[in-house]
Design a protein around this ligand. Structure first.
Ligand code: HEC
Ligand code: HEC
Ligand code: HEC
Length: 415
């Protein structure tokens, strides 16, 4: 049976779009247009921090309390904190990641792979800073620098006033350049990671299981007797470039549609199976559809009115401060790109998209791009959105447009 006949037969199930759309030369892919494409209510993945960050901005809503307008007055009283406790607190990774994630702080940084997102504070004790300045910079640096990348440690509840006094007391003791035990401890000398593994070699990249799994799924008949193969018997030819054009603005859904959400909605509308986003079937099929387009240069629609508006929204969202740490995507992947945040090298947007979905060697799992967006949100202590959220679509199209011209290489392989 040819595809067109099957679709006609399925017309009751498959939503065929408007008459105007049908009149176009290229037929639109049937999509389920009503149901959500991921689990509702969305539940955070097992093993991820279970904290509730609802008091803070997400990419979906604004909730963070406004920044204080004025520095707090310490009325000229010198800070008399506990230096030893301050030294402990600056390295405490349970309090939002620790100061050493961004700053070298003399001896405190040693053996802890300090980062270089921010100035080296090893000699801040010689800089003649007022106690009030140091206290407020740590409490909420926005009173001095509205554009700061420093999280508001006091006003967002990471440290109490007394703890910040201890930190200030410690900072004032820092008067000598850091001495690093090894080159690797020095973020200025630490060599950037280079990914050299052969990602399409199944021995090196266990993520290649997804390609095999998807090929099985391709011909597996659903309860209604259809498989992908019923309508697409030669996917290697038919889809040899498709994934490189994704994501795209989808007027029928009034949102940007990525490959994974397409798979959910198209499968539901054609074969009838439920391959919700972030399930194994969905990930496998997404890997496969990308894999078929490997070597193709990413080229997404940036010109249609819908795409333009989505890209503009994505650019705005990437600058939104979110979470308890009050960081924006661009803080780490723009301002601080190509630096170390503790032991992790911060990539810039170009090069962050062409290998997704990717195998994560540290987790033994495949992550699609939406799961990466979710983790970067949770990691800065902000609630994630469901993977099919419209905001992630905007962000994904913006990111894909920044990767224009790079060749797909999927499944990628990353730490
Ligand atoms: C996400 C990165 C980041 C983290 C984590 C961070 N800082 Fe900062 N910090 C910065 C940046 C960037 C600056 C430079 C000025 C600016 O952007 O506001 C800065 C500036 C400062 C200053 C002002 C230095 C001066 O010259 O007066 C102090 C003090 C400071 N940080 C202390 C801390 C302490 C203490 C912690 C941990 C509680 C910490 N920082 C954690 C990014 C960070
Ligand atoms: C009942 C027929 C039918 C079945 C079954 C079917 N499709 Fe499709 N598919 C279509 C039609 C019609 C189109 C749009 C015209 C075209 O590109 O062939 C399409 C398009 C596509 C496209 C390109 C989308 C675009 O925007 O151009 C992909 C990728 C795709 N299908 C994958 C699948 C996968 C994966 C399955 C199995 C889950 C599947 N299809 C099952 C009919 C079907
Ligand atoms: C606190 C810093 C920080 C913030 C803020 C942040 N990320 Fe990340 N992000 C990382 C780190 C660390 C990695 C892993 C190292 C790398 O690949 O850059 C990463 C990785 C990524 C990757 C995968 C890169 C790759 O090559 O595989 C993407 C995509 C990404 N982030 C997107 C975002 C988006 C979108 C936001 C905003 C919602 C965001 N990040 C916010 C730190 C951050």
């Amino acid at each position: 049976m040819r595809g067109a006949l099957v679709v006609a037969a399925l017309a009751g199930v498959a939503l065929m779009g408007t008459p105007a759309a049908q009149a176009q030369t290229k037929k639109e892919a049937p999509l389920e247009l009503k149901a959500d494409a991921s689990a509702r209510p969305w539940k955070r993945y097992n093993g991820w921090p279970a904290r509730d960050y609802s008091k803070f901005n997400t990419l979906g809503k604004l909730a963070t309390a406004p920044a204080p307008k004025e520095p707090r007055k310490l009325a000229g009283i010198a800070v008399t904190g506990d230096v030893a406790n301050g030294a402990k607190l600056v390295a405490d990774r349970t309090r939002g990641g620790s100061c050493l994630a961004c700053h070298v702080m003399g001896q405190a940084g040693n053996a802890d792979l300090p980062g270089n997102v921010a100035p080296d504070l090893s000699e801040i004790g010689n800089a003649g800073r007022e106690d009030e300045w140091l206290f407020n910079y740590v409490y909420d640096a926005r009173v001095y620098n509205p554009e700061t990348v420093m999280p508001p440690w006091g006003s967002h509840g990471f440290f109490t006033d007394a703890e910040i006094s201890d930190i200030v007391a410690f900072l004032k003791t820092l008067k000598k350049p850091a001495v690093f035990r090894t080159v690797l401890d020095n973020p200025e000398k630490r060599p950037p990671p280079v990914e050299k593994r052969e990602n399409l070699d199944p021995i090196e990249n266990p993520g290649m299981w997804a390609v095999d799994k998807a090929q099985e799924l391709w011909t597996q008949k659903s309860a209604s007797g259809f498989s992908c193969n019923t309508c697409h018997s030669d996917p290697k030819t038919q889809f040899k470039a498709w994934a490189a054009s994704m994501p795209k603005w989808e007027p029928r859904l009034d949102k940007v549609l990525g490959v994974e959400e397409f798979v959910t909605r198209h499968a539901k509308a054609t074969t009838g199976v439920d391959w919700l986003m972030e399930t194994d079937e969905n990930r496998a099929m997404s890997v496969y559809l990308h894999f078929l387009a490997n070597g193709e240069a990413i080229k997404v629609d940036t010109e249609s009115a819908g795409a333009k508006a989505a890209i503009a929204r994505g650019a705005e969202l990437s600058k939104r401060k979110i979470g308890q740490l009050n960081l924006a995507c661009t803080d780490c992947h723009g301002i601080a790109a190509n630096k170390w945040i503790r032991g992790q090298w911060l990539g810039e947007p170009k090069g962050q998209y062409d290998h997704f979905p990717t195998w994560r060697t540290s987790l033994l799992a495949i992550w699609d791009i939406r799961q990466r967006f979710q983790w970067c949100s949770v990691n800065i202590r902000g609630d994630e959105l469901p993977p099919d959220a419209k905001e992630y679509g905007d962000l994904e199209l913006y990111l894909a447009s920044q990767n224009d011209g790079l060749k797909l290489s999927v499944p990628g392989i990353r730490h």
